[in-house]
Ligand binder design. Structure first.
Ligand SMILES: [Fe+2]
Length: 292
């Protein structure tokens, strides 16, 4: 049935039946999660020590509903996240395109915002058991600006994943380590490599996590930052390098917004951080292509 209009009681009932059917496919979660009552956007994740390494592969700027979405690549990555026991993820915003009437959505467009939301729910259901949390992007916020309704929260509710409205401050416990993650969708421009690097580091003046992770720019960046910390229990100084990461998007370049605005093309897919039990964090990015 069409998800473009949920105006009648019958349509709403059909919708809820479809949603429930999706929710029955959710698999068992392989980590523990605790979200305390707090004025801070805190989340505690505990991962089983049996896993030898942990790979964090968040989904940023997927833009389901966009004509430029590289769907085969997305499907391959969702399959990998679903099937690989040590891979975990979160939703970093701009999960769906959410082209609303203000951005020129017409009633005859192939997918209404409601259908894009439903399609995103369907698509991500297979990795629901791997998702730590969900945060909004500027595309989901379009609905909030125009109607005061959070479509990102609706997606998180559909997927039964904890939702934060801006930042997520996450402690990941595993093998005696606590890896601290600060995640946000990202905002603003940043057309040059230097401005992108500065934008990605923005929060380091007020919080120093182990990983500072954003998206939004549709450009990939892995930027290690050297810091020294003091162990408050012993007073001893120790080294704790920070990894500042920008995840890329799943969008093809030509024919889309970025090419129209002369924003440079970015890599496509995932940025991955690999957590090791000695506290080291490796980053895995791919420069693809033939070398002819
Ligand atoms: Fe985006």
């Amino acid at each position: 049935m069409s998800k473009s209009k949920l105006t009648t009681e019958e349509q709403m009932e059909d919708y809820l039946t479809d949603l429930e059917a999706i929710q029955t496919t959710f698999q068992k979660r392989a980590f523990k999660r605790f979200k305390p009552q707090s004025e801070y956007p805190e989340l505690f994740i505990t991962i089983p020590d049996e896993l030898d390494t942990i790979e964090l592969a968040p989904l940023y700027d997927v833009h389901i509903g966009s004509n430029e979405l590289d769907e085969p690549l997305l499907d391959r990555h969702l399959d990998w996240i679903d099937r690989t026991p040590n891979v975990f993820s979160w939703l970093g915003g701009d999960v769906f395109e959410n082209k609303t009437p203000k951005e020129g959505y017409m009633g005859h467009d192939p997918l209404s915002p409601e259908e894009q939301l439903f399609r995103a729910t369907q698509k991500l259901a297979r990795v629901q058991h791997k998702l730590f949390f969900s945060i909004p992007g500027n595309h989901e916020d379009r609905t909030g600006k125009q109607a005061g309704m959070s479509s990102a929260k609706r997606l998180a509710d559909n997927l039964r994943v904890p939702y934060f409205s801006d930042y997520a401050m996450v402690s990941i416990k595993w093998r005696g380590n606590i890896f601290r993650l600060l995640a946000h969708h990202g905002n603003g421009g940043g057309a040059t490599p230097g401005s992108q690097r500065n934008a990605a580091r923005k929060e380091l003046t007020w919080y120093q996590p182990d990983m500072l992770w954003t998206g939004h720019l549709h450009q990939e960046l892995v930027d290690p930052v050297k810091v020294f910390s003091t162990d408050q229990k012993t007073g001893r100084v120790y080294e704790r390098d920070i990894l500042v990461i920008i995840s890329p998007s799943y969008l093809k370049y030509f024919g889309g917004y970025a090419a129209a605005k002369r924003l440079g093309p970015g890599l496509r897919g995932l940025a991955v951080a690999i957590l090791n039990d000695d506290g080291r964090i490796d980053a895995n990015v791919h420069a693809r292509g033939k070398r002819l």
